[in-house]
Ligand binder design. Structure first.
Ligand code: HEM
Length: 154
């Protein structure tokens, strides 16, 4: 179960990034257009939220149950905090992604409550933009010390 979920977690990142990029670009073109908030904007933001929900759910299962990396970190948290790779997966990765998740959901609520299309587009651009940056910063890219491959089957 560990390997299939890790592979899925690795692949799903691309859907999250693509959905986030589409939602952000739509919001930015809406702000600078300017252009009304449309059902397609809503669908794009929903896909970003759902893909991130799913990714976070898989990540939490890896984190709490299956990942030997997380288990190794929990066994000696003090030592893990001095090891950049263990600390990244035990703390930084999780906190950044949970913050991104909260921003996307708060952003969708604020879009829903906004009174005008211009405010909807602005809220979407701010919240989805910051969330996407956090997701990008939180991914263990191959060029980082905690390097992981771009695709699971290299
Ligand atoms: C609270 C949310 C999350 C948790 C708890 C979590 C947890 C984890 C854990 C424990 C690992 C290491 C697994 C191992 O090697 O044993 C991991 C790897 C990874 N995570 Fe997450 N994750 C979360 C969200 C995300 C999100 C939102 C993304 C991207 C959109 C992401 C992308 C990745 C990638 C690319 C890897 C490396 C996969 C590989 O080794 O091929 N994670 N995550």
């Amino acid at each position: 179960m560990y390997i299939p979920l890790l592979v899925l977690h690795s692949l799903l990142r691309w859907l999250v990034l693509l959905a986030g990029l589409v939602a952000l670009v739509r919001a930015l073109t809406g702000v600078f257009g300017p252009r009304p908030w449309t059902p397609t904007d809503d669908r794009a933001s929903r896909l970003f939220a759902i893909s991130l929900d799913l990714q976070v759910a898989i990540g939490l299962v890896l984190y709490g149950l299956l990942s030997p990396v997380a288990r190794g970190a929990f066994e000696d948290l003090g030592a893990a905090m001095r090891n950049p790779t263990l600390r990244f997966f035990a703390v930084e990765h999780v906190l950044l992604m949970l913050a991104a998740l909260a921003l996307v959901h708060v952003g969708r609520v604020r879009v829903g409550r906004a009174r005008h299309d211009s405010a909807r587009q602005r809220q979407a651009a701010i919240f989805f933009g910051i969330a996407l940056v956090l997701v990008i910063v939180g991914i263990p890219w191959p060029w980082m010390p905690e390097a992981r491959p771009l695709f699971p089957f290299r």
